[in-house]
Each structure stands twice: as C-alpha cells, then as structure tokens.
Write a protein that binds this ligand. Structure first.
Ligand SMILES: Cc1cc2nc3c(=O)[nH]c(=O)nc-3n(C[C@H](O)[C@H](O)[C@H](O)COP(=O)(O)OP(=O)(O)OC[C@H]3O[C@@H](n4cnc5c(N)ncnc54)[C@H](O)[C@@H]3O)c2cc1C
Length: 407
C-alpha cells in the first residue's frame, strides 16, 4: 500500500515544484503539516516574491556561488517564470525586478502547484511527520508517526530550521545525520538584528530611510540603502535583513572577523559639511532636529552623542553621529524572525542535478542545502529551480529505462 516510485518528503516550495514536474509512476508528497505550502503562503508578506529578474551568483552565500552559477544557467528566472506560466500561473515583476504572481497573492502559487500535482495523480499525505529514513533494497524506508512508507526514489525537501511554526524544523539535518551525509552547522539569516543599546527603546517605532553598513573589524563589508525600522531591542527592515547574515555568522563562531558592528548614516544624501552648517543655525536640543529628522530619533541621537544642551558649537559632534551612528549587535538573529537558514547539507554531497553522490536514488533540494540567498526572491528561486532540475533528471532517467526495456 505504502510503496511509491518517488516520495517527495516536504510539501513546501521545492517539494511541490518537484512533484508538479515529475512524470514517473506512483508519486507521493509527504508533509508533516495539515496544509501544503504553509511557508509559501507567508512569503513576501503574503505576496510570494518567487524570483528576481536580476539573477546573479553574488546574491547567494559565497561558498555556494560556483554551484549556483550552474543552476541559474539551467534555470534562469525567465525560464522559471515560463515554467510557472505553463502551469497556469501568470507573474509580473515590480520596478526593482522582484517577481510576484500576477494576483499578488501567494495562495495563487500554492493553488497552481497543487492543481498541477493533482492532475498528474500525485498523492498528498499530509499531517504525517517522517522521523527516520533508512536505505532499503536500493530505495528508502521512511518511518512516520502514522506508519512506514517505502520508495524507490526519495526527494528530500524538508527545508531549513527557521520559523518552525511554518513547518521546517531542522528535520533535514537529522536525516542527513541518519544517512551519513555531511552537513555544516546552521544559523539563521535575513532577520532583525538585536542591538546592545540601553537608549534605543527611546526611538522605538521610528521608520526612516538610511544607509546601513556592516563593519568587520572596522572595514565596510556590505552596504544597503533603504528603510530602517527601530524597535525596542533591535533594528530591522529589509536593508538590515540583508546584512544580518554577517551578525549571525559571527555569533555562530564562523566569522573571520573579531568584531562586527552596524553603522547607520541617517542622512545619506546630505554631506557632513552641509549638516554642520545646518546644525549651526540651530539654538537648542529642542529645535535642533526640527524640520529634519523624526523627533524621537533626534532625541535618541542627541543622547547617543553625549551632548547635554545643544548649542551651535556642538554641530560637528552631532553631524558625526547622524552620519555614522554605530550599533553593537548583541546576539544572533532569532530563528523565529529569520527568513532563511544559512549552512546545511554540503553541496559536495550532490551533483548538479541535486542527486546524492552517496545514494543514487536520493535527491536533496531547497533550503536543506548549504545555500542561502538575499531578500528579493533568491531563496524561493533556488527552491523552485532545484525542484525542477531534480524532477527533470528523474524523468529523463525513467525515459531512458523505458527505452532500454523496449529495445
Ligand atoms: C516569513 C518568510 C518570508 C519569506 N519570503 C520569501 C520571499 O518572498 N522570497 C523568497 O525567495 N524567499 C522567501 N522566504 C524564504 C523561502 O520561503 C524559503 O527559502 C523556501 O520556502 C525554502 O523552500 P523549501 O522547499 O526548501 O522548504 P520549505 O518551503 O520550508 O518546505 C519544507 C517542507 O517540509 C516539511 N517538513 C519538514 N520536516 C518534515 C518531516 N520530518 N516530515 C514531513 N514533512 C516535513 C515542512 O513542513 C515544509 O512544508 C521567506 C521565508 C519566511 C519564513
């Protein structure tokens, strides 16, 4: 009963895309959650930023870039958009190249993938958590809380280890361990950065445009311009998310830097000299930021500068802090706020078709692997692309087998 040609373990982005593209015998998707694609529904603030027209290796972790180069050659964003179109999903990019479903609703993506799977006869086994995987008779035995499954080919698509409430709970790494597959340590990325600053709560709720840089031992490692959000104990916003990997890496003891800091320029389009002149026209702490920055932010910056009662002679000191306000990250970003897991199953364990080098009937795709991208559709692109490439490989092997049997 529970015998399948292919089991796709994990009904998330990569798993559903793989299943929707498979064309080979009896296929099941096994998913621990009651609903398929729960995380997909939460992506892009419910809009699902599924790829990006600007697809380059530099948007992925350094160690994965050679591998990613081959993947985006096989499955560039235009091809992924076309694959989705063939399934019935229309997409459109925003002005910055981020691609969303035409409906602007993540549910459209899940609906189209589920419909395509249903049309191909894929069986969905939900609310079933697999706890153990072992190789058996050339295939795999999967032990769940509801029974045992056997498959000739297994696609491991269990995701990473952030936002467990949406499904992926780190099972991928447990399975890797059970199967003797190498895995690097994992840490969360793309999230709010907690900062060590007793006064920051004073500016809580402020949202402002800023230029934000992450510094490693005093050198700029990466800079972003965008909206910065100040919260009670952390700073956030897409531009902070993009830098957060450096902070997590540092706290995971995997950084080459001895210290990591975040420097914010709250007036990136105003020069230091201009600011000094502007502050020179002001008289007191009360009016110094009037007509310029958010007042709560202004009070916080005055406090941080150490100025007691502002007068024109403090203009340079204040301009310095506005142009370079340095935050000390106080810890790693939280698994519950991060969007992606960095680290994971080593890329050396698979070939370019996501097939395991150790087990010829095992494929590993998506966030489980040691690949993490920046915000902008890069993580979903990788999950979908890996699903498509592995499905194509399985389909072509099946075709060849059928051909050989006929001859
Ligand atoms: C809030 C949020 C917003 C995001 N927004 C974007 C975005 O807009 N664009 C973008 O590119 N990326 C985004 N990401 C990242 C992106 O969602 C993930 O990188 C992507 O979903 C990974 O796909 P995956 O198939 O590898 O894993 P997942 O989508 O996490 O799917 C894994 C599935 O496996 C199931 N599973 C796990 N363990 C087991 C088990 N033992 N037994 C059975 N089933 C199991 C899980 O329940 C889950 O459904 C976002 C992430 C979050 C958290």
């Amino acid at each position: 009963m529970n015998n399948y040609d292919v089991v796709v373990l994990g009904g998330g982005a990569g798993g559903l895309f793989a299943a929707a593209n498979l064309n080979c015998g009896k296929v099941a998707v096994i998913e621990k959650e009651r609903k398929l694609g729960r995380k997909l529904l939460a992506t892009g603030n419910g809009r699902c930023n599924l790829t990006n027209l600007d697809m380059q290796t530099k948007y992925y972790n350094f160690s994965a870039r050679d591998f990613i180069e081959k993947i985006i050659l096989k499955e560039p964003s235009q091809k992924l958009i076309e694959d989705f179109r063939k399934m019935g999903l229309l997409c459109r990019p925003d002005s910055e190249g981020r691609v969303y479903p035409y409906s602007n609703q993540a549910i459209s993506v899940v609906d189209v993938l589920v419909s395509k799977c249903e049309k191909s006869g894929v069986e969905f086994i939900t609310d079933t958590r697999i706890n153990e995987i072992s190789p058996k008779n050339g295939g795999f035995e999967l032990v769940s809380d509801k029974g045992i499954f056997f498959c000739k080919k297994l696609i491991l698509a269990c995701g990473g280890k952030v936002q467990k409430n949406l499904g992926s709970d780190g099972s991928s790494y447990i399975f890797a361990n059970q199967l003797g597959i190498a895995c690097s340590s994992v840490f969360p990325s793309l999230g709010a950065v907690p900062v060590d600053d007793k006064d920051i709560a004073q500016a809580k709720g402020v949202r402002t445009s800023a230029k934000i840089s992450v510094l490693g031992d005093g050198n700029i490692l990466h800079t972003e311009v965008g909206e910065l959000q100040i919260n009670e104990k952390n700073i956030s916003g897409i531009c902070v998310f993009q830098l957060s990997r450096y902070v997590s890496e540092y706290y995971a003891n995997q950084s080459q830097y001895r210290n990591i800091k975040i420097a914010v320029d709250f007036a990136p389009d105003i020069s230091f000299d201009e600011l000094v002149r502007y502050f020179g026209t002001k008289k007191s702490s009360e009016d110094v930021f009037e007509g310029f920055l958010n007042k709560k932010l202004g009070s916080y910056l005055i406090k941080k500068s150490g100025i007691k009662n502002f007068s024109a002679k403090d203009s340079e000191r204040l301009a310095k802090i506005v142009k370079k306000c340095v935050f000390d990250p106080s810890g790693t970003i939280g698994e519950n706020s991060a969007q992606v897991t960095a680290g994971g199953i080593e890329l050396g364990e698979i070939n370019e078709n996501f097939r395991s080098r150790k087990y010829k009937n095992l494929y590993i795709i998506g966030e489980a692997l040691n690949v993490d991208g920046m915000c902008g559709g890069y993580n979903l692109h990788f999950a979908f692309a890996s699903g498509k490439i592995c499905a194509d490989d399985i389909n072509s092997k099946r075709k060849n087998n059928d051909k050989n049997k006929r001859n």
